[in-house]
Design a protein around this ligand. Structure first.
Ligand code: GLA
Length: 736
């Protein structure tokens, strides 16, 4: 059993081949974290790692002979208000107004496999032997409440999945004001914090900063995980690189408001807390009710950032994403958004679709503008039936026309939103989240439906189920184009308003669950003004996400590089769009654009009717090339090689699991005049294999060792043949 309990020491050792996580019960019954890192031997006591020290100004948590101060103890799940003056993992308000909790060890259970935490998304096992789980039950005897901490360790991955559940077994209600998914106290603070931050159209840029005393945090209070900060933090040593060194990765399986913070105390220890954001949350727990936190995924490796990413990619690609599309190659699509926006007719769309078919596109996606009175963004959201002026055949008949052309058909929806100019709003003005007596802030002229109410979710489900059932739909793009403001539900009492933000997300999960269950063959792609909700919670329902509204290849190098820190390449929606790019006016050749978009769920998003015959021929060739290497691009082991955040160049490689095939890419950002040789080295190959290496029409055989340690020299003149700035090259390596 890879979870060991030493009775005398009251010590739990959770381990697999590569990692160990060690907890023990303190003298006062609370839990202490003794160790988290590389695998340590089992059967041993690690109690000596306890840092027992009362200092001036510290409060003790026992009045026994040992001076134990919670402030200096690495705690497992600290609660508010005892002797620990750092931010804590939970804060519970009790009937008398007190916030002091004392959760003490009661019992524990160890079992094979992993339990679901429905309705929340979570990682899973397909077979009980893939993982072992421990549930440690703590009890607060004064209020008769339990706290159940659950940890699952995966056999073959350096991963621990954890969550917390609060149970009220007392007669009197308590109010949870803060309930983190997990806390980790590390014994030193010599780390850099890595996070993925940005904004609309520049999501998930990699930020790195040294830890300093005090709190450094990322968060969202927007009701969505957000474009501003992705729910991910890594702590790495200063010397850690992509291929060597220690990293702890923390990723929250949640799509709503969250907080992730790292606190360095005055004695140089580090505390990581991650969970639902407490400022937009409070939860009254009545007798016999329980509250379940989202899951926190923790990865530890001593082999660098790529190794951390592989753990996330494998876990999220194989044991978070579900359904028939999890392992299937994703279709090459054409989306009409950047080609037409909402300005189209059935005839113009059919013409575009025929052109798409003629170059080899497999799936045609009709984006925003097909429903209600949707001619601009002021109207229509909420009315999920065809706009008959634009689409006289209706979606039902139209979808069959696309199928007849020889492509699959996909449809855009934005189910969580409503325009005031819609039949849905005229019939149900009470369906929106807004605070009585206060101004309701419009955003893109739309408002957020109150998905904390079942009847609202039911109404949307009814409309969508009907149109999807009656049409030939193979793909759905589920968009969400604004954040939540004035969060208030008219069906909730004053003491229940703190639940609404979280219940909203549960409503979104509920609708996803119903639609994906009813239509298991449909491929879902999530989207939120591009990548404003690119998070593990969404991946549980939709195996791919539209990465960013910024389709400029130059910008996408950074966005996709950052996204790859956590998310599998098969989950990254990436399209070739027009040049000059609509947002940046930057011009990049058709191959330069594809060389970036290939590393993802690939497609096109431009008006094919405006392209030259040459470019259409290039697209045909690109589709043939991508089809040949699609499995490598989407499901290969992806290694970052050179960071666009650290210099003018970027590089990465996808390698098949058996290392017999790889496709690498090298990108320059600004062109350089009279520059030196370009030497490109690779990662992830097998030293001893011979690889036929092809790029720019060259074909040579090199060993893996040559390719990784000596690299290849690329002539800059060749590199610059199509593009100067943002020139790129793909290098294909096949074992011979
Ligand atoms: C969002 C999406 C785009 C497109 C538009 C349609 O911005 O990210 O891809 O679907 O909405 O309104």
């Amino acid at each position: 059993m890879p979870i060991e309990f030493l009775k005398d020491e009251k010590q739990f050792h959770i381990y697999n081949n590569t990692i160990s996580y060690i907890i023990r019960v303190l003298e006062n019954g609370q839990l202490e974290n003794l160790y988290y890192g590389c695998r340590l031997p089992e059967g041993k006591s690690y109690v000596y790692l306890h840092q027992e020290k009362g200092r001036s100004l510290s409060a003790l948590c026992t009045d026994g002979p040992n001076e134990i101060s919670l402030q200096y103890t690495k705690q497992e799940y600290p609660s508010f208000g005892g002797g620990d003056f750092r931010y804590t993992a939970c804060k519970i308000k009790q009937a008398n107004g007190s916030h002091i909790s004392e959760y003490k060890y009661k019992e524990h259970f160890i079992f094979n496999g992993k339990k679901e935490i429905k309705p929340l998304p979570a990682t899973y096992v397909e077979n009980d032997c893939e993982a072992t789980t421990i549930q440690i039950v703590l009890h607060d005897s004064l209020v008769k409440a339990n706290l159940v901490l659950t940890y699952t360790i995966y056999e073959g991955l350096p991963v621990i999945a954890r969550n917390a559940r609060f149970e009220n077994h007392g007669e009197i209600s308590i109010v949870i004001e803060n309930a983190m998914s997990g806390c980790v106290d590390l014994p030193d603070s010599d780390y850099e914090m890595v996070h993925l931050s940005g904004a609309w159209a520049r999501e998930r840029h990699i930020k790195v900063r040294p830890l300093i005393e005090g709190v450094q945090s990322i968060y969202s209070m927007r009701g969505a995980s957000s474009a501003e900060h992705n729910p991910f933090i890594a702590l790495k040593r200063r010397s850690t690189t992509e291929i060597t060194g220690e990293v702890y990765g923390f990723s929250l399986v949640y799509s709503g408001s969250y907080s992730g913070q790292v606190e360095v105390c005055s004695h140089e220890t580090t505390r990581v807390l991650m969970g639902i954001h407490p400022d937009t949350f409070s939860w009254e727990l009545n007798k016999d009710e329980s509250f379940q936190t989202p899951e926190l995924i923790m990865v530890y490796t001593k082999n660098g950032l790529n190794d951390m990413s592989h753990a996330f990619h494998n876990l999220y690609g194989k044991r978070l994403a579900r359904g028939v599309w999890r392992d299937r190659e994703r279709p090459i699509l054409l989306n009409n958004w950047e080609a037409t926006h909402m300005d189209f007719t059935e005839a113009s769309i059919l013409e575009l679709a025929k052109k798409a078919k003629s170059v080899g596109v497999e799936l045609f996606v009709l984006d925003d503008g097909w429903f209600g009175k949707r001619d601009n963004d002021r109207a229509g959201l909420g009315d999920w039936f065809a706009n008959k002026e634009k689409m006289p055949s209706g979606i039902e008949e139209f979808s069959r026309k696309i199928v007849k052309i020889g492509m699959k058909f996909g449809l855009w929806i934005e189910p969580e939103m409503i325009n005031k100019d819609s039949d849905l709003y005229r019939n149900h003005p009470d369906y929106i989240l807004e605070t009585p007596g206060r101004f309701s802030s419009p955003s893109r002229w739309q408002f957020v439906l109150d998905f904390s109410r079942n009847e609202v979710v039911d109404a949307i489900y009814g409309m969508l189920e009907k149109i999807i059932s009656n049409s030939e739909i193979s793909y759905i793009k589920w968009d969400m184009n604004r954040y939540i403001t004035e969060c208030y539900s008219i069906t909730h009492g004053s003491n229940e308003q703190g639940k609404v933000m979280h219940e909203y997300i549960l409503g979104v999960y509920n609708l996803y669950d119903r639609l994906t269950t009813k239509f298991p063959e449909i491929l879902f792609e999530s989207c939120a003004s591009g990548g404003a909700r690119f998070d593990p919670g969404m991946l549980y329902f939709a195996p791919q996400t539209w990465c960013s509204d910024d389709t400029d290849a130059g910008e996408r190098i950074k966005i996709q590089y950052g996204t790859s820190m956590v998310y599998p390449i098969s989950s990254i929606g990436a399209h070739v769009s027009a040049s000059p790019n609509h947002k940046l006016k930057r011009q990049i050749s058709i191959w330069g654009r594809a060389n970036v978009a290939f590393y993802g769920a690939f497609g096109y998003e431009l008006d094919l009717n405006e392209l030259s015959d040459d470019d259409l021929e290039h697209i045909r060739q690109q589709i043939a090339y991508y089809s040949k290497y699609r499995r490598i691009f989407q499901f290969g082991d992806f290694y970052r090689i050179k960071s666009p955040f650290e210099g003018n160049e970027a590089s990465w490689i996808s390698v098949s699991q058996d290392k017999t095939l790889a496709v690498a890419a090298f990108y320059q950002q600004m062109n350089k005049v009279n520059a030196g040789y370009l030497n490109i080295k690779f990662t992830g190959l097998c030293e001893d294999y011979n690889y036929t290496t092809e790029y720019f029409g060259h074909k040579e055989i090199f060993t893996g060792a040559q390719l990784m340690y000596a690299g290849i020299n690329v002539d800059r003149k060749e590199l610059n043949k199509d593009d100067g700035d943002f020139a790129s090259v793909l290098i294909t390596m096949t074992k011979c």
